[in-house]
Design a protein around this ligand. Sequence first.
Ligand code: ADP
Ligand code: MG
Length: 349
Amino acid sequence: MFFDSALGWFSLDMGIDLGTCNTLVCVRGQGIVLNEPSVVAVRKGTNIVLENGSAVGLRAKEMLGKTPGSITAIRPLKDGVISDFEITEAMLTYFIQKVHGRRRWLKPRVLIAIPSGITAVEKQAVFHSAMQANARRVYLVEEPKAAAIGAGLPFGEPVGSMIVDIGGGTTEVAIISMADIAASESIRTAGDNFDEAIVNHMKKTYNLMIGDLSAERIKIEIGSAGPTGPETTMEVRGRDMISGLPRKCIITSEEIREALQEPIGKVIDAITVTLGRAEPELAADLVETGICLAGGGSLLRGIDQVIHQATGLPVRRAEDPLTCVARGTGVLVENLESCKEALESDLDE
Ligand code: ADP
Ligand code: MG
């Protein structure tokens, strides 16, 4: 909260990273104040959010894959598109109000980072949701821009740099120069598809059905994109597809790496396609500035080396890749007065 002299009253500005897996909220002057899964629990077959909206975020994620018949836990942004407007709205409302607390008289200005591929209708839904959630003004920024700012790239300068944000549902690749996107590609292959590849591998090789959360644990514990050191093993539990009975088996880091090659190949293709679209002068800059990785998917072991081998460019992981976009929105809200003209806002319509 701060005193807005133009308004003559106290104000609250917040930046929101509306991710396919995780939503983070950054408040001006306070930094990141909320970091929860983008999950909502609803009554099956309806859009009715459980318990007046309290089954959102962390509590709802615990329900994924374990809900009794009458309840489903939904990730409304799973594929990088808003699959369900009402549920997205309920989620955004819940998060904004959670940060807002009891200061409801403070109508906040809200800056939301959205996937660069979303449609005009989906944008409208985001505006609408934030307004419903008591926002005074709503601004939108394309997620790769926020990621580039959060990663500390030379955002506003006439120098080309590349950001690759590997999230849960989407990978966003962008070449940034002079505060704008010079070339970009957004694909629906990211961390969730790494998990899916592991689920399929377990089915095919061991006739073992495992849940998405188990697959994610395998990825984080022993997954890699390329060889990174001593190979390890892990015990995995699931349900036998033939007998239907629970059982366990031991898997190796090598076979998981093999299983991950296909989705990783798609991420690399998106990067090379984007590089191919760069103007020669910007391409020349990239030889120096290289590629910066952000998003939770970039935490996969060895993915930096594999991208380096495929492109020949220097590759580095941003500091704290999971919070890059949120920190970028934080920088933008700190400077909202000077940058708001450059952002899309609810008054543009
Ligand atoms: P989004 O922006 O789409 O919400 P995030 O940037 O929050 O996505 O990243 C979520 C993805 O990162 C998930 O697929 C998750 O499994 C993956 N992830 C998180 N930590 C790790 C890790 N240590 N190793 C590999 N993947 C990870
Ligand atoms: Mg993200």
